[in-house]
Design a protein around this ligand. Structure first.
Ligand SMILES: Cc1cc2nc3c(=O)[nH]c(=O)nc-3n(C[C@H](O)[C@H](O)[C@H](O)COP(=O)(O)OP(=O)(O)OC[C@H]3O[C@@H](n4cnc5c(N)ncnc54)[C@H](O)[C@@H]3O)c2cc1C
Length: 393
């Protein structure tokens, strides 16, 4: 029996735990919350006021045979092969998988904590997302600024999704001529990948959303309601919803140089092996890999790591397939991999319905990978970026 320790029971960790056969692996899953959160729904908590449940007891989600420890990992020593828990216990392992996700860091930008406290954020908790909903309901006139503070954040489409859904909601409230929506980003264009930007920027312009590019947030002056950029510009707001900088979760690593300056774990982009180690992997948002921090990425990486642990020569392709809500029931997908740039995938209503349907099957997919894998394999094959590129460019 191989002794596998997985730290983090989110999208990637829970999915991996359920994929490892119990006759070959003794699996221990450590999670500080004991719950699995469906974070993508925070978008709809914030911009539609949805109260749909986003948390599931991990014990109900994992297969019999997987041992769950509800505790926080505080230190990981990769040389001596142990994980230390907050109560001081140390667990040894044959193989380790780090799946601790990312966390938000409001301290990186002066004034950001006050802005989140006042207007909310849709990148952390349900309470903060509901504060965004209250902000959208209380504004009567002025400027709502939706601002990307740092390129390192979960789910690349989510900032623009917020702007699209805010615009839709303000229009349905009959306030579109009184409330301006501004989208500010440090990138040279609203969506970082150019082909996808060619699809979505025209829609943003058609809807009258103002775009400010090359705007790198320096600090916020909450009392003056101004965001200042490193480029020397200022953005005045009546409500500001700022996509916060994301960092690693603050575990102490030995050796220290396996994490980057923000605490994300360095790894091989094909195998997800932690830099310099054959018996430790990192999947999902916790890694410093040049891939989108999305649940789809975590899902696919979990599959690759499971196959490597089972002795296969599996390789990660860097594939992403992230759904993108454009408001008014329209959606597209951000589809690309290491070999093909992102596709100009045209928006339609079916794409949006797929995003909604995915929310309904998410936990079932984690619980029963053997049932859902063939369906996802067929979907990923049908939406292969190199094939789609020939059709859509
Ligand atoms: C608004 C929003 C919209 C999004 N939309 C989409 C979308 O449409 N499609 C998509 O694919 N993705 C989307 N995402 C991104 C997606 O939610 C994440 O990429 C995904 O959850 C990453 O999975 P993960 O397993 O790496 O981390 P997580 O799901 O964050 O799980 C990490 C787990 O680790 C645990 N943990 C953390 N630290 C410790 C510790 N020290 N000890 C023990 N346990 C620990 C946590 O409790 C948590 O359970 C969205 C995210 C947001 C915020």
């Amino acid at each position: 029996m191989k002794n596998i320790v997985i730290v983090g029971g989110g999208a990637g960790g829970a999915m991996l735990a359920n994929r490892l056969p119990s006759d070959e692996f003794s699996v221990t899953l450590i999670d500080k919350e004991g719950y699995n959160y469906y974070l993508p729904w925070l978008l709809y908590t914030a911009f539609k006021g949805s109260r749909r449940n986003i948390k599931m007891d991990l014990q109900r989600l994992i297969k019999p045979g997987v041992k769950l420890i509800k505790s926080s990992a505080t230190a990981i020593n990769l040389n001596d092969r142990w994980v230390e828990l907050s109560d001081g216990r140390r667990l040894g392992y044959d193989y380790l998988v780090i799946a601790t996700g990312a966390s938000v860091d409001y301290s990186k930008i002066n004034g950001l904590r006050d802005v989140v406290a006042k207007y909310g954020s849709y990148y952390s908790t349900e309470d903060e997302a509901l504060r965004v909903w209250r902000t959208l309901n209380s504004i009567k006139e002025g400027t709502i600024a939706i601002v990307v503070a740092d390129p390192k954040h979960r789910c690349p489409p989510s900032p623009m999704e917020g702007a699209f859904l805010a615009e839709e909601f303000i229009r349905t409230r009959g306030l579109r001529d009184k409330v301006k929506i501004v989208f500010a980003t440090p990138y040279p264009r609203p969506y970082p990948a150019e082909p996808m930007n060619e699809v979505v920027e025209p829609i943003m312009r058609e809807r009258g959303i103002d775009i400010i590019d090359f705007f790198t947030v320096d600090y916020v002056e909450p009392d003056k309601q101004v965001i200042r950029s490193l480029e020397g510009d200022e953005l005045k707001y009546d409500a500001a919803i700022i996509v916060p900088p994301h960092v690693g979760v603050g575990i102490k690593y030995g050796p220290e140089d396996v994490v980057d300056e923000d605490g994300f774990v360095l790894a091989d982009k094909f195998t997800n092996k932690v830099k310099g180690f054959d018996d430790a992997f990192v999947i999902g948002d916790a890694s410093a890999l040049p891939v989108a921090k999305t649940g789809v990425t975590a899902h696919l990486q979990a599959g690759v790591v499971a196959r490597i642990l089972m002795g296969e020569d599996a390789k990660n392709t860097g594939r992403t397939n992230c759904p993108f809500d454009l408001g008014y029931g329209l959606g597209t997908f951000v589809i690309g991999d290491y070999y093909s740039p992102v596709v100009k995938y045209p928006p339609n209503k079916v794409n949006h319905l797929m995003k909604m349907a995915f929310a309904s099957i998410y936990w079932d997919m984690i619980r029963h990978p053997e049932l859902w894998d063939p369906i996802f394999d067929a979907f990923f094959e049908a939406t292969n970026p190199s094939t789609l590129k020939g059709i859509y460019g």
